[in-house]
Design a protein around this ligand. Structure first.
Ligand code: SF4
Length: 392
């Protein structure tokens, strides 16, 4: 299927994402740039969210054009950047809730305040809805807040020193490079992007105000060829405008979700496990199901656009795939799902690795065709929308 055909099929499910991608609407961060704010702490967030939502609705419904609006001296984007900067001193970005001052020491994610980027490039392997024709502008951040024994990005997620440090300004520069090369979205991933929330929000602010720096340090982790500036350069008016895509394990705190809601245009959450026993054993992550389902319910109730990813694992179709699909069918039935069949045993689950631990023998093989087909049949039986985001 060609991208334009897929877009036509999915237009009703991703109206905001496509309209930002096509330059018909501004990315959310450009709207947040026009919302006047005052300095203060988290107690102001709900009130400012109301102001943002009102302007966003007016923009969507054609009653307002942000190109006609003044940029206030202190905007919602300034407020969010200040908020995450103070918040990182008592970090509760994710469900671990470490409350450590990351300007002094690291939390469970092993990260202090510095953010590292392993690579960024036009990703041609994401779902067609996200890779399109020009690729998804993917930024791979280092480290993670989960500890999956089978991680397929282990070199990035398990090595906190992978990649190079990028300041918010340089990260904004990397994003500008990608947007200028015509990527369909900026795909923030890792490891997991949540642990870099402070850097990402500040980078989006720098991008919105045109303060970014593109230099040899920024270009260092770019892992593909330089592209000529595409005829599809992502702009709205004379500002860079590219959909922000949050590609995450969804193990974030409620506060992090509330901040992200104001700048993220489309979501790509993982939903790995259907029970906490497996989450604890295979990802060493407590409170998994309650946290991820709460966050999925949140974006659904907010009317956000998303594709949920579920990786089908060997010997875990009944324990995990089925309950995950049942929850989706019951609680977020309008979301598309990518039922991924590309699991491969890695790290402690790889029988050919020195790191192999026999207690993970249940996942030490590829899933069988029968397991994958069982997952597809069950999704069909439940009426889940998955073909266009799984097979393309
Ligand atoms: S991001 Fe999560 S794991 Fe890391 S310090 Fe903050 S709360 Fe802890």
């Amino acid at each position: 299927m060609r991208f334009e055909e897929l877009k036509a099929e999915l237009r009703d499910d991703f109206p905001w994402y496509f309209s930002v991608m096509d330059g018909e609407m501004p990315a959310k961060y450009l709207i947040a740039k026009r919302v006047e704010a005052e300095r203060g702490g988290p107690e102001l967030l709900d009130k400012l969210t109301d102001s943002f939502l009102k302007l966003w609705r007016d923009v969507r419904e054609g009653r307002e054009d942000i190109r006609r609006l003044e940029v206030p001296k202190y905007s919602l984007l300034d407020y969010l950047a200040d908020l995450v900067d103070s918040w990182v001193e008592r970090c509760t970005f994710c469900r671990w809730g470490c409350r450590v001052n990351r300007k002094v020491r690291a939390g469970a994610c092993q990260l202090n305040v510095e953010s590292r980027v392993a690579s960024y490039f036009h990703h041609r392997g994401e779902e067609l809805v996200f890779r399109g024709t020009e690729g998804s502008g993917t930024v791979f951040f280092t480290s993670c807040n989960m500890r999956c024994v089978f991680c397929q990005n282990g070199d990035i997620s398990k090595d906190k020193d992978n990649g190079v440090p990028l300041s918010p300004r340089r990260l904004a520069g990397a994003i500008r490079v990608l947007a200028s090369e015509g990527v369909h979205n900026v795909n923030l991933v890792g490891g997991d992007p949540t642990v870099h929330l402070h850097t990402i929000i500040k980078a989006i602010r720098e991008l919105a105000y045109g303060n970014e720096v593109v230099d040899e340090v920024t270009l260092l982790p770019k892992a593909d060829y330089p592209y000529f500036h595409s005829r599809k350069r992502r702009v709205y008016g004379n500002e860079i405008s590219v959909p922000m895509l949050w590609n995450s394990n969804f193990f974030m705190s409620e506060e992090a979700m509330k901040v992200l809601r104001l700048v993220i245009d489309v979501w790509l959450p993982d939903f790995k496990f259907g029970n906490d026993r497996c989450a604890l054993r295979l990802s060493r992550t407590p409170w998994y199901v309650e946290t991820v389902t709460a966050n999925l319910s949140r974006i659904y109730s907010w009317g956000e656009e998303a594709v949920i990813r579920h990786l089908v694992m060997p010997n875990h179709v009944e324990d995990d795939t089925m309950p995950v699909l049942e929850w989706i069918a019951r609680n977020v039935p309008n979301y598309w799902v990518n039922l991924m069949d590309q699991y491969r045993p890695e790290y402690a689950a790889d029988p050919f690795s020195p790191l192999f631990d026999p207690k993970y023998s249940d996942i030490a093989r590829y899933p069988t065709r029968e397991e994958i087909e069982t997952a597809y049949s069950y999704a069909r039986k439940l009426g889940i929308k998955f073909e266009l985001t799984t097979f393309y």
